[in-house]
Design a protein around this ligand. Structure first.
Ligand code: UP5
Ligand code: MG
Length: 240
């Protein structure tokens, strides 16, 4: 007879039976390739924020091969937005799991809300009463975005990192995401960052804008090797 596998131990930082605390959310938007993922990952490693990219969540769900995998693949390759019920449900689940398992409540939501429809989905799940989150917007000219995406295409393995999907992503960005930006600007909720600058310059602005909610002890930590690579201060090694 075999030995039963050891049970997986999940440490909960909040009582799973009680309602979770209200998360502190910052939305991070910008064109395809503007550096959202790079900067949010730095803020996670260096500043203790939790980085959730809806694009990454959707790609992971597609890889898991569940009932929505084919739909997700179709929309991503076409550069279109995946239906709300899939995206917002994944996001809510990921936020709850992160709060329960890490105890952290500061979230950077990378690539969300990309449309006014996404915003409706957000209200439906998080309620209309809560304060509208702040938005960090990465402004960057299209020529720079194009160059970055095609540079990344050499190693990313992403089905939408090619000239054709890239153009469709830009079209969707203009048609669907820019109106969302306009809404947040109208409500004075936007911090604009010039994302065409060097990685270090962009990160300095991101760090400053998150300062009020960042633990100063974490902010004072030296850069990790991974962060130095992401900032372009040392070459990437194979391990990373
Ligand atoms: N780089 C970064 N910063 C740099 C700098 N300052 N100077 C020089 N180079 C810099 O960066 C892109 C590249 O540029 C990298 O090589 C980086 O090293 C370099 P990255 O940080 O990856 O940029 P990011 O903005 O994250 O680009 P990404 O391509 O991920 O943005 P998208 O918004 O297009 O992609 P996402 O993954 O969010 O979405 C993909 C698709 O999923 C969408 O098209 C859509 O179909 C679907 N989706 C939804 O339907 N709903 C959602 O809510 C989210 C996604
Ligand atoms: Mg990204």
């Amino acid at each position: 007879m075999g030995v039963a596998p050891a049970p997986t131990v999940v440490i909960h930082h909040f009582d799973p039976r009680a309602p979770l605390p209200n998360p502190n959310v910052v939305f991070v938007l910008g064109g395809p390739g503007s550096g959202k993922g790079t900067m949010c990952s730095l803020a996670e490693t260096q500043l203790g924020w939790t980085h959730l990219s809806t694009g990454n969540l959707l790609r992971a769900e597609r890889e898991a091969g569940g009932p929505t995998a084919d739909t997700i693949e179709r929309y991503i390759t076409a550069g279109e937005l995946v239906p709300n019920e899939i995206t917002v449900t994944l996001l809510k689940k990921a936020m709850d799991t992160a709060m329960l398992t890490t105890g952290r409540v500061n979230f950077l939501l990378d690539g969300f809300p990309r449309s006014l429809d996404n915003m409706e989905g957000w209200y439906e799940i998080f309620g209309r009463g809560a304060e509208l989150p702040k938005m960090l917007y990465f402004e960057c000219p299209y020529e720079v975005l194009e160059k970055r995406i095609l540079g990344r295409a050499k190693y990313s393995g992403r089905s939408d990192d090619n000239v054709e999907s890239m153009k469709l992503r830009f079209d969707t960005f203009k048609a669907k995401t820019l109106p969302t930006l306009a809404l947040f600007k109208h409500k004075n909720k936007v911090v604009e960052v010039d994302a065409s600058q060097s990685r270090e310059a962009v990160y300095a602005l991101v760090r400053k804008s998150l300062e009020a909610h960042t633990d100063p002890l974490l902010a004072a930590q030296p850069l990790t090797e991974k962060s130095e690579m992401q900032l372009g201060l040392r070459p990437y090694t194979k391990r990373n």
